[in-house]
Unconditional design. Structure first.
Length: 229
């Protein structure tokens, strides 16, 4: 895995240079790429999103957003509607980062709470919530939403495929046969129940989605101020 991670990092760095050139945005996204790679690989390997990455990453996202704001247009809109003026540019960027962090983390926390209410068990850990706190600080509200949307969609597609392959490959057959002999149900039903309990690391898919958003959507900014003056 180590050489693959190094290769992926190098290719992402090259892609970042080709996309953004030698700019402040490049520095921001190179730092973000490093954080995302660490979280993506760590969650894939050990199902853990370390606080030592997510909390400093959140602080770094706020700092970078003062110089390279997310520019998703939400804060200018609210400022002009409510206060009829715009805050200073750097303050604007930090506010956008804070809103993105709050939106991303609360949206994921709400989804986790709803899942637990419906299914009666944990569907994701708080590590995913803290990861989206960090991601939202870098990306803002709009792109944090896109990250969650793409990440959960990708995770669902891969998850269903993995469960289907496990079932087709005969995973859990011996256990299911023993359980069936004890009157716990049909073999195929038990095998499907075993396969469906497999958990994929959501943080890995959120990380992949965040990288997609950086390269495909982060260069698009929405400036609503001129329309509202």
């Amino acid at each position: 895995m180590y050489p693959l991670v190094e290769l992926a990092t190098g290719l992402l760095f090259i892609g970042c240079f080709l996309e953004f050139g030698i700019t402040q945005a490049t520095v921001k996204w190179l730092f973000f790429i490093c954080l995302i790679i660490i979280l993506t690989v760590t969650d894939l390997r050990v199902r853990l999103l370390p606080d030592v990455i997510t909390w400093p990453g959140f602080a770094a996202g706020l700092l970078f957003s003062a110089f390279v704001p997310p520019n998703d247009g939400i804060v200018p809109l609210l400022s002009l509607r409510l206060f009829h003026q715009l805050p200073p540019e750097r303050v604007l960027g930090v506010i956008e980062a804070l809103l993105g962090a709050a939106f991303g983390s609360l949206m994921l926390w709400g989804a986790a709470a709803f899942y637990k209410l419906v299914r009666g068990r944990e569907g994701m850990g708080l590590g995913d919530v803290k990861m989206m706190l960090m991601v939202g600080a870098f990306l803002g509200v709009r792109n944090a939403f896109l990250t969650i949307l793409l990440g959960t969609l990708l995770g669902s597609i891969v998850g269903v495929a993995v469960i289907a392959m496990m079932y087709a490959g005969g995973a859990g057959r011996q256990l299911a046969e023993r359980a069936s002999r004890r009157g716990m149900g049909a073999v195929n039903q038990i095998r499907w129940a075993i396969a469906s309990q497999y958990h994929l690391p959501l943080g890995t898919f959120l990380g992949i989605a965040a990288l997609i958003v950086v390269f495909l959507f982060s260069s698009f900014s929405i400036d609503l101020a001129p329309r509202l003056r």
